[in-house]
Design a protein around this ligand. Structure first.
Ligand SMILES: *Cc1c(COP(=O)(O)O)cnc(C)c1O
Length: 317
């Protein structure tokens, strides 16, 4: 990344399938920083704030597999700012390409039991301030208003593509985790006033919890930005969080997931991973079948995670 200028992001959108439905993909994995992905789009905005505040120590949270922690550690190392990662103890010692890169970037990794994460973060920040640092905390996954804003911008890119190409998308699908990506897309949609469907495929959370976090993120963003013309009913109507692919019969799904990932790289040249994008792509196909959707224009957002594709490949062959 050159200097401290805002990077102009406009990731490619192109068609990958013409079957029952026309499927397009938006390649967020091609954001040109540290293997890209939605965490790169969010982190670019977080670091604009960090540069402005002249913070000199980054603290964040995430596991050994976290794309977010890899990118934050990379951006901190680029600036010569120390980065401390608080990681849940349950995954201590696990090795991944993301965790290896975190080490390469010189990030400190400190583990603690999940229940103690909050206090651990508070005390780390207090200690740093006592030592004369100006620490900046980035929530796990880049959660919060800045992360939401990043995906409002992504939504604008999609609308720009549509107005330039004359192509309209009836549905947008993507992997939904902490919910910030989905919250941003939905904020973008509500501000734009259109009525297509944005479907977040849950990669872990149960429906009521996951959906609740998204609703709260949207409301918080609007509150903090004094946007009051959008009603709770509109927000509720726009938020579709599909958790039907999690938690049941994981073992029986594994082969389907393998097949999806193998097909997408072999036939389309697109790497998907087993935690996020592979699950979301499979979840999208099931949603289209389950809702009997035909002749629709569909946009799948590839949210990144390429290092996880290689972890998967190591296990596969
Ligand atoms: C974090 C992540 C997601 C989920 O994004 P959220 O904003 O946390 O919902 C999806 N895909 C990839 C590759 C990710 O790293």
């Amino acid at each position: 990344m050159v200097g401290k200028e805002t990077m102009l992001i406009n990731t490619p959108i192109y068609q990958i399938d013409k079957g029952n439905n026309n499927i397009f993909i938006k390649r967020e994995d091609m954001i040109p920083y540290s293997f890209g992905g939605n965490k790169a789009r969010k982190a670019i905005l977080f670091f604009e704030e960090i540069d402005k505040l002249q913070s000199d120590f980054i603290v964040t949270y995430g596991s050994a597999y976290s794309n977010h922690c890899r990118i934050v550690a990379n951006m901190a190392s680029e600036r010569g700012i120390p980065c401390q990662i608080i990681a849940p103890l349950s995954q201590h010692g696990e090795d991944s390409y993301n965790s290896r890169m975190m080490k390469l970037f010189g990030a400190g990794i400190e583990t603690c039991p999940v229940e103690e994460v909050h206090t651990k973060i508070e005390s780390a920040l207090a200690d740093l301030e006592k030592d004369g640092y100006k620490p900046y905390f980035i929530a796990g996954g880049g959660h919060g208003d800045i992360g939401t804003k990043a995906y409002i911008e992504c939504y604008k890119e999609i609308c720009d593509f549509e107005s330039k190409s004359g192509q309209h998308f009836d549905y947008i699908f993507h992997a939904s985790g902490t919910g910030t990506t989905q919250a941003g897309l939905i904020c973008g949609q509500l501000l734009n006033g259109d009525d297509r469907k944005i479907v977040g495929i849950s990669i872990a959370r149960e429906e009521s919890y996951g959906r609740g976090v998204i609703l709260e993120s949207i409301k918080e963003y609007f509150r903090n930005h004094f946007i009051d013309h959008i009603t709770a009913e509109q927000i509720d109507h726009a938020t579709i969080f599909d958790a039907s692919c999690i938690g049941k019969g994981y073992a029986s799904r594994e082969k389907e997931l393998d097949d999806t990932i193998a097909y997408m790289i072999s036939k389309k040249g697109i790497p998907l991973d087993q935690t996020y994008t592979g699950k979301a792509y499979l979840g999208m196909q099931k949603y289209l079948q389950g809702h009997n959707l035909q002749n629709k224009n569909i946009l799948f957002i590839h949210t990144g995670g390429t290092p996880l594709f290689f972890d998967y490949l190591n296990e596969l062959c």
